[in-house]
Design a protein around this ligand. Structure first.
Ligand code: DC
Length: 671
């Protein structure tokens, strides 16, 4: 898959509105596994649709579960606590919530019913410890081996039909590296309770307890009532069996909520940020993030099913917090610390080092790039707000949470950053692990001033390939796109349809002000009618060229074009984008290609649409239109003084896009 290399966030100055959270990752993957193990079918609603749930779904399918999707509902046919497939290789990406529980479950099932399984992931997954879980499984009689480095995936699991599990003595598991080892055993061992109770004892301090609470809560929904003595001893009653609840709802992701709670605390000065999908009834421990946000000054109301956040204290108040209970959401606090009145200290966060990346090291290094002073210890982080903010290209380490929480640094104008700085997020698509639409959601809420929004202009003569180039560049950067020619064409078409005099500037200007246009990507609707195809007609193009020479027409379409300048940025193509409409554009490109080449391209384009044309006529027409666009007195077609010239006669579309992206990557402040 093509990954966008970076996303530049302009300096942002406010936020308001409602966001609907994607489903919880922790709940989704637990529910999927429980449904897969139960007898009968389970319908799951609100399931997270992301990289981590995709690998769990794939694994369940490989293991023989029938999975059907229907809109928001996912139906999982469970295996009834038995193996349908006895040999498989599973690829689990970088999903700890899939690797650990599947390893334990398949170890238990293979030992009893026979089987051979290999569990592998991406390179980083092979650096994330699993030894404590394997050490707990081996005394049970499970045959679990390491295919690479001892203590880490990939794993090989084997067993013979009729094998027995040694469950009479308590099963001991370490709890101080990852709580997922305990969760994995709790999810797997109900499959082995036919000979009586099973006791699990935690060795060492149990970290991230709220995640174990989610596990217990969901086990109960699937018919398993685990008895808990403190956080040290867990008893699964003999004779336990998974029972599907039939239908189950996945609530919104509380860790994902943290970014929007923080957004409200930082930037919701007038209207609040409303976060839908989690609320008072949530079973997720990361809801406790809200307490920390409130301690830093957020004004929060927790309601059933939603959280309403406004800025309270400003600047935020520095805190010192033992963040052991909210390891994931605490990363968001480290970024909120940039906006605080003094240094903020987060302690008891050693588990950060074994997550998607070493998050203590990663956070320290990226916050420093922004100008913050950071002290990183083995299990703590202290962040002092930047005395002077710096524009930074933020490394994300294939860690979704690094990308999401560091995006909040773009609100630096609110911290008085002078000058305010944009923030470049490298590999922004890594958010797909848990929140594929994160940046779209952020931009739907964030406010900024047009001057902060970067514009790339692409001007040039007709058929020079501006549209293709602008579309490619906008897609690569995640930017908005303005095809200004389509506005002139739409006005021309409207005038033709309504028999407005196309030589009268005032009449056309009046029509332009009444135009009802709606855009969706490259499609355009005029007064509710899709006109995308009609706009490409030659007669519409030549009428557009004529009316565009009228000053009243250009004036009437001016503000409409400025309205496209929205976060995170704009790629605008036309004739006068760099000279008249966006003179402050950060990069101006002027495309040229020989008339012969352009006539050839237009010819091929027409043929592909089934329209026959004479290449010489096309060339003559292009040259006439060039002459008119160049010689008109208002906004004549010419390169801006600071434009870079790109002759694409000999370049493919991809090569042209690559050239513009290369120029863009060089631009200050990131170049
Ligand atoms: O780019 P295009 O062929 O779709 O544009 C149609 C006409 O609109 C073109 O002949 C000139 C005019 N135009 C303009 O004058 N200024 C712009 N920024 C874009 C287009």
């Amino acid at each position: 898959m093509f990954r966008i290399p970076f996303l530049d966030l302009p300096a942002l100055t406010g936020a308001a509105g409602t966001v609907k959270l994607p489903g919880s990752k922790s709940i989704s993957n637990r529910v999927l596994l429980l449904a897969g193990l139960s007898a009968g079918a389970t319908t799951v609603r609100g399931l997270l649709d992301s990289d981590d749930t995709a690998v769990m779904l794939d694994a369940l399918r490989t293991l023989g579960c029938v999975i059907e999707r229907d809109g928001d509902a996912t139906r999982i046919g469970g295996l009834g606590g038995r193996l349908a497939v006895h040999e498989a290789k599973l690829f689990l990406g970088n999903a700890g919530t899939a690797m650990r529980p599947l390893a334990a479950t398949l170890a238990v099932l293979a030992t009893r019913h026979g089987g051979r399984f290999e569990l592998a992931g991406v390179a980083r997954m092979h650096e994330r410890p699993i030894g404590d879980l394997v050490d707990a499984l081996r005394p049970l009689g499970c045959d679990v081996g390491y295919l690479g480095t001892p203590g880490y995936p990939p794993l090989a699991i084997a067993g013979h039909d009729g094998g027995r599990l040694a469950t009479a003595a308590p099963i001991r598991v370490r709890g101080d590296v990852s709580s997922q080892f305990l969760t994995a055993l709790l999810l797997a061992l109900p499959l082995a309770t036919d000979t009586g109770d099973i006791v699990i004892e935690v060795v060492g301090e149990l970290i991230s307890k709220p995640y174990v609470e989610i596990t217990l809560n969901l086990l109960a929904r699937f018919g398993i009532d685990v008895r808990r003595d403190g956080w040290q001893r867990f008893t699964i009653p003999g004779g336990s069996a998974y029972r599907t609840p039939g239908e189950i709802w996945v609530e919104g992701d509380a860790s994902s909520a943290s970014y929007f709670v923080a957004l409200g605390a930082i930037a919701a000065t007038a209207e609040p940020i409303v976060v839908e999908g989690v609320g008072r009834d949530s079973i997720q421990g990361d809801m406790r993030f809200v307490d920390a946000a409130v301690a830093m000054g957020a004004d929060v109301a927790i309601e059933p099913g939603r959280v309403v956040v406004r800025r309270g204290a400003w600047p935020l108040k520095a805190i010192t917090l033992d963040a052991n209970h909210i390891p994931d959401a605490a990363m968001t606090l480290a970024v909120m610390a940039l906006y605080a009145d003094a240094p903020t200290t987060l302690t008891h966060i050693a588990s950060w080092r074994v997550k998607e990346t070493d998050r203590i090291a990663a956070m320290a290094s990226e916050l420093r790039k922004l100008g913050a002073d950071v002290v990183a210890g083995d299990d703590f982080l202290r962040v002092t707000p930047p005395p002077r903010w710096r524009a930074a290209a933020i490394e994300t380490y294939d860690d979704h949470r690094m990308a999401m929480c560091l995006s909040l640094a773009a609100f630096n104008p609110l911290a008085g950053a002078t000058p305010s700085v944009p923030v470049r997020i490298l590999d922004p698509k890594c958010v797909g692990k848990t929140f594929p639409d994160y940046f779209e959601a952020l931009f739907a809420l964030a406010r900024t001033e047009p001057r902060h929004v970067p514009v790339i202009t692409i001007d040039g003569p007709t058929a020079s390939g501006k549209g293709t180039l602008a579309t490619g560049v906008a897609a690569a950067l995640g930017y908005q796109k303005l095809d200004s020619g389509s506005l002139y064409r739409a006005l021309a078409l409207a005038a033709m349809r309504r028999q407005v005099d196309t030589s009268s500037g005032p009449a056309l200007a009046a029509l332009a002000r009444r135009l009802e246009l709606r855009f969706d990507g490259d499609r355009l609707w005029l007064d509710g009618d899709e006109v995308s195809a009609d706009l490409r007609l030659e007669v519409v193009g030549s009428t557009a060229s004529r009316i565009s020479a009228l000053p009243e027409v250009r004036e009437a379409l001016h503000d409409l074009q400025l309205g496209f300048r929205r976060a995170p940025g704009l790629v605008a193509d036309g004739r006068d984008m760099g000279t008249v409409v966006f003179p402050d554009a950060a990069l101006k490109v002027f495309l040229t290609a020989s008339a012969a080449m352009r006539a050839e391209r237009r010819h091929a384009q027409l043929l592909s649409r089934g329209v026959s044309a004479n290449i010489d006529d096309l060339r003559a027409d292009l040259e006439a239109r060039d002459a008119r666009d160049r010689s008109r007195s208002v906004a004549p077609l010419k390169p801006a003084e600071d434009a870079l010239l790109l002759d694409n006669s000999a370049l493919s579309a991809d090569q042209s896009v690559a050239q513009v992206l290369a120029w863009w990557a060089q631009r200050r402040p990131f170049g």
